[in-house]
Write a protein that binds this ligand. Sequence first.
Ligand SMILES: [Zn+2]
Ligand SMILES: [Zn+2]
Length: 468
Amino acid sequence: MKKLYSLLLLTGLLWGRAASGQTTFQVDTLIKTGPLDQRVNIVFLSDGYQTAQLPQFVNDVRGVAAGLFAQSPFREYQNYFNVFAIRVPSVDAGAKHPRTAPDCTAMPAATVNNYFGSSFDQNSIHRLLVATRASAVAGVLSTHFPLYDQAFVLVNTTEYGGGGSTAYATFSINASSRETCIHEMGHSFANLADEYWAGPGYARERANQTAQTDPTLVRWAPWVGTGSVGVYPFVENPLWQRPHQNCKMRYLGSPFCNVCRETFVERIHTLVPPVQSFSPASTALSDPTAAVPFALTLLAPSPNTLRVTWQRDGAPLARNTSQVTVPLTALNTGTHVIRAEVTDTTGFSRATTHAAQHTYVTQWTVTNTATGTHLQASSFEYQLETYPNPVTDALNLSYRLSRPAPVTVTVLDEAGRRVRTVLQERAAAAGTHQWRFTAAELGLRRPGTYRLVLDIDGARVSRPLVKE
Ligand SMILES: [Zn+2]
Ligand SMILES: [Zn+2]
């Protein structure tokens, strides 16, 4: 699904002996909810733990994971995650402390020989604790766990500190530092901005940061007025706005705001679709009187917010079940379509208007002829992001196809008349497609309300478009 490694290969890497004489570390599986290629894999590496302290490292990771999954949205989506710990021993215990920061605490200076070079005082900030040997982190990950989605270096010191990079985050075992770990996931996993003012070098358009000041136009407009979400200028630079005054992306110990929580959920779905598999696969059916079971294997959050709707030739067939049975005798000669659509109706996503939400479609085309019955299965997902809406400059659209399929994008006016066919592909290739259309390309010449219609292999979705 998301990545193309075989499980066998990975198992060999996990437990085999490295051929080049390179050290092999033990990998502990702490939480395993499913196959590595169908889950978000979080991997912790130890630094500043001596060999005898490695069991303590594994216990420390268990505590951090328990803290993570006690918080939304990780609590509800725990089934989507695996957690692993790689036991990397260090010569010395603890973290380096050069005492080169002007804001150093009473922590004494220390030259510690730890494996990943974790050190306080980075960028002249005492609490900025970073595993400085980035290539060593990358090396251990690539040889021991190439399928990781999120990596952390856990440093064996009770002094408060941590920090993130694009590749991994570092934090200490201090109780507050655990919160750093979750905050850092906001950056590296969900691409969220800090909601404190981190400086002009970090200011750019993100899910939780914008230069837009109009509450009806901001990226998080569907959330404005809920859970204290608004449009709050940074005091330090009022050109930029944040959605909340007390989010974990600003203050450790706070929960994530609604905007950040939604971003996590959509990111989780990008990596792990809730439809894990389907059956039957494409096949010829020999028995014309058979009753065929069509089934999905679903990965449900807790509580289960997945909504499943089944259709036969466009008419409702069943809902909120993972399986329907259709007798072939009910299908007369010709072509029929059995379709299952799955969406996550979680209240954590308000994507109905700004439309980041994913929809997953599985469909079977049953062709019934005098010579026999043939069944072709396919699946695709789409994500229609109509931001900004009213459309000022552009509209983003993305979808993923399991096999080539016809795709059409049309813009209709208020009366339902076709304004423009924006995209028409008889057989769009399998894989992920991303498009960006300008208002001119969409044919939105006059102000008014339009409708964008996406048709993938006969499955249609439409969204309102406003041109001011
Ligand atoms: Zn210091
Ligand atoms: Zn936030």
